[in-house]
Design a binder for this molecule. Sequence first.
Ligand SMILES: Cc1cc2nc3c(=O)[nH]c(=O)nc-3n(C[C@H](O)[C@H](O)[C@H](O)COP(=O)(O)OP(=O)(O)OC[C@H]3O[C@@H](n4cnc5c(N)ncnc54)[C@H](O)[C@@H]3O)c2cc1C
Length: 452
Amino acid sequence: MSSESLMDHPAFARTPPWVKAKLRPFAIEKIKQVYEWVETECIPAERIFKAQIKDNRWKNPPIIHELRQKAKAQGLFNLFLPNHFKESPGLTNLEYSCCAEIMGKVYWAPQTMNCHAPETGNIELLAKYCSPEQKKKWLEPLMNGEMSSAYSMTEPDVASSDATNIACSMKITDTEVIINGRKLYANCQYNEDLNIYILMGCSDPENPNPWNRHTTIVVPARTPGLKQVRNLTIMGFDCAPEGHGEYIYDNVRVPKENIILGPGRAFEIAQGRLGPGRIHHCMRLIGQAERAYELALVRCIEPRKKPRGKLIGQFDSNIERIADMRMTIDSMRLVVLNAADTMDYAGNKAGKYAIAQSKILVPNALLKVIDEAMQMYGGQGLTQHTPLPEIWTYARFVRVADGPDAAHRHQVGRDQMKTAQGVRTRFEEYTRKYQELCKKWELEPEEFWGIV
Ligand SMILES: Cc1cc2nc3c(=O)[nH]c(=O)nc-3n(C[C@H](O)[C@H](O)[C@H](O)COP(=O)(O)OP(=O)(O)OC[C@H]3O[C@@H](n4cnc5c(N)ncnc54)[C@H](O)[C@@H]3O)c2cc1C
């Protein structure tokens, strides 16, 4: 059977042809499997999830435990880990993008496949930098779904988007590391399924090189002295059961062998974390926006909603709105797929610009799509009658999480400025050639003020 006919399936309804051309038969099967999983096991269970966490906010509900077992048995675990890792199930970043978009349709569906944040970034970090002993202790159980992890870098007292500011103190002795400081956002300690924090702190504040001052360490979640002060709500949502905590580290003692890579090497690790994990949220957000779009379509033909005797979708303004939503999602998908493909083709470092492009453009554009869907639902669009407020909140937090879009914009702009001199040199060459041509054609060269 040709690859094209293998893709005669709703999972590929919006897949661009250049992407289809790159998908291998193994990946095509996985993408279909993820589609069937989300359509049949996750979307119908959304209300079950909500009902099960209603009275027990900080425990992963039974439906999640059951679905994780089933997904693992079906070979759907850890699909995010790119195929250059020996622990990878074998997909490229581009192939995984197609899966992640589908997973994104339900906020918690990635968790059923062990493909949720921050687990994905943490597993990639551990796979890249851990010693064999550390891998046995943390990487294997995380990949098997027997452990759960959080990532703890951000602090309330410094601008954490510039990680050289991270101040949480780490005193390294011969045998242990003593940690003191305050941290924000890492997943909730209240959730008893959480086992470890991967923490970045400052171990050598006097080091003249600011890139060698920090250390990354694994902190077991129930270590004495580590206290969660409260859960932080995000736009009013408690984000249960994973949550986002506010923490105090008060003389927290951790064995020295929990340090990853070595003291002072946190920035090497942070650099390595700048890869695909940075755009997993964007990949999933495309799926969330598709969900908002489909809700808008359904509202357009809802027979009970007829202002001035017409269906919502019979107003020209809404027909145009649907067109804009469709085109925005499709163009943002191209941005994300391009970033994934660039990392596959040229490596994570070369993908820096495409990753930033994705982080800046995608949540901003999709926020507008989701907002329009809310508007078409009227008041109900802002209530729990639809998942739209949660979808909007997700898009909004992607503008900040994994670095605010302003920081990415700053980086892109600064890199672009470095190209200005090359462009100027080329312009000067045009002028030199123009002057030559003037001589040849016996014309007086014109003077243009401000143009080289
Ligand atoms: C829902 C959610 C989940 C999160 N999860 C985690 C987690 O699991 N672990 C974790 O450690 N952190 C997490 N974070 C924190 C997140 O990564 C940080 O909030 C983010 O990196 C920004 O750091 P900051 O809050 O200290 O803001 P700051 O660094 O103070 O930045 C604030 C603002 O300053 C401006 N700014 C900053 N840099 C520049 C620049 N270069 N150019 C122009 N303007 C700039 C921008 O307007 C920016 O939004 C999470 C955040 C949210 C909202």
